[in-house]
Design a protein around this ligand. Structure first.
Ligand SMILES: *Cc1c(COP(=O)(O)O)cnc(C)c1O
Length: 459
């Protein structure tokens, strides 16, 4: 039975507080007194290695609003880093999780099985790009799924090497931090790093040294040259984000991704799309790979996959996936039943709320509100991105020199006014917008106007 049949959705009990009022309300300065008291406890109890974007403690959240313990209602431009695309308390997710929790919380899928896991696998096999036979293995975090994609690629090719790109982010675990580009804070002090990871240039349109018109061709030539140097026959996988996330919401120049796919094919290298951040409707297509018609051998999803519950997946060509021997994949919690139930709620909402169109609509609204600011401000080099994965890159006026202080100042101004923005980018100078796809349009516009005003303050 299709999970979308009307009989199947679980009746959703209202969350204890109901959906928060979808309005920005500031009753204290941020952070308020209760958050500050909790922050003092946090600072005593937690190590400093755990960062914080905005030290407010959350009481509830849903739609486009986060309510803190002081009663402030913030406009959410973060979605918990591209996770709660359906909102943080969507009835389709909450109802399914509640029902699953009351039935059983865990068996370990490797011990005894449950249907929800297979439902999630079927959906991903059907909806990821390509008509070929696919299988899916579930895990818990993005980094864990990336590591498993590399394990699968190595097992199926018998080769050790991995190629990744400048500005890439693939996680914080021992292998994935080696795959991640940025040294501080992700790798500094945490070595020695995993070996057999090779890095190629990424065609960052704004910053390609010889000009954007040469970027695709030169970046592909550099990849070929790297493969020549290290021996393509030693490379198991090329792993790429179709739209880079932490690296700065960089959309590579047209033709680059299809070129990488072709090069990988030509050398028998497994082509892996890291869609942990860009997947699940975020960029205005179900997967960002679709914008240029890619058919990755393996596609990795996580973040928005299960609406806030920890779930990740590697989906790919059945014959590549079969490279890992029986017993070689898995994990105690991998594909936890609560997380699978949540994912089924997300899949339902992708369809019932037409989240792909919503992401496209968000892009139009963002462009409409911010393009005038970009045009008039010398401090904003560029507005870029796809769908509901948009960002502005800040520079010292009249140059291309990154201006991380400006990004911090703009973000802080937004935070003071109750709009939760995030900074990203190799140089820390990019403000990214990741609203829940279900955000009300008037909230979106209000948040963008706060951001636009803060940007106008820069020069
Ligand atoms: C967040 C992210 C990861 C790592 O996911 P975790 O769940 O934090 O381990 C990997 N790749 C990309 C593109 C990401 O955005």
């Amino acid at each position: 039975m299709s999970i979308f049949e009307p009989s199947s959705p679980v009746a959703a009990p209202a969350s204890p507080h109901g959906q928060p009022e979808q309005r920005r309300i500031l009753v204290t300065e941020l952070p308020g007194p209760r958050s500050m008291a909790l922050q003092q406890r946090r600072d005593r109890a937690l190590p400093p290695g755990l960062g914080t974007t905005l030290p407010v403690f959350v009481e509830r959240a849903g739609g486009g609003i986060i309510v803190d313990v002081d009663g402030n209602h913030l406009i959410d431009f973060a979605s918990g880093i591209a996770v709660t695309s359906v909102g943080a308390s969507a009835p389709a997710v909450v109802g399914r999780v509640q029902e699953q929790a009351a039935t059983f919380t865990h068996t370990c899928f490797l011990v005894t099985e449950y249907e929800g896991y297979v439902d999630v696998a079927d959906w991903l096999n059907e909806h990821t790009p390509g008509e070929h036979a696919k299988t899916t293995a579930l895990f818990s975090t993005g980094a864990e799924a990336i590591e498993n994609a590399v394990k699968i690629a190595r097992a199926s090719t018998g080769r050790p090497g991995v190629v990744v790109f400048d500005h890439a982010y693939h996680g914080r675990s021992l292998l994935t931090m080696a795959m991640t580009a940025k040294e501080k804070p992700y790798k500094a002090g945490f070595g020695p790093l995993a070996t057999d990871v090779h890095r190629a240039p990424f065609p960052y349109p704004l910053r390609w040294p010889t000009g954007v018109e040469h970027a695709t061709e030169e970046a592909l030539a550099a990849l070929e040259e790297l493969l020549e140097r290290v021996g393509a026959e030693n490379i198991a996988a090329i792993v790429v984000e179709p739209v880079q996330g932490e690296g700065g919401f960089v959309v590579p120049t047209t033709g680059f991704l299809p070129g990488v796919q072709e090069i990988a094919r030509g050398h028998g290298i497994v082509f892996v799309a890291d869609e942990v951040q860009s997947g699940m409707a975020r960029t205005g297509s179900l997967f960002a790979s679709e914008h240029e018609g890619l058919v990755p051998d393996l596609i990795v999803t996580a973040k928005a996959l299960a609406g806030g519950l920890p779930l990740s997946a590697v989906t790919g060509r059945a014959e590549v996936m079969a490279g890992a021997a029986p017993g070689g994949l898995g994990g105690t919690y991998a594909g936890n039943p609560l997380a699978c139930a949540a994912a089924l709620g997300v899949f339902e909402m992708v369809q019932t709320h037409d989240l792909v169109s919503r992401a496209q609509r968000i892009e139009r609204v963002v462009r409409e509100r911010l393009e005038p600011v970009v045009a008039e401000s010398l401090a904003v080099a560029e507005l870029r991105g796809r769908g509901a994965m948009m960002a502005v890159e800040l520079v010292r006026p009249g140059t291309l020199d990154p201006d991380p202080e400006a990004a911090a100042a703009v973000s802080a101004a937004c935070h003071r006014q109750g709009v939760l923005t995030l900074v990203c980018g190799t140089f820390g100078n990019v403000i990214r917008m990741l609203p829940p796809l279900v955000i009300d349009e008037d909230l979106l516009v209000e948040g963008l106007d706060v951001l636009a005003a803060a940007l106008r303050e820069l020069v």
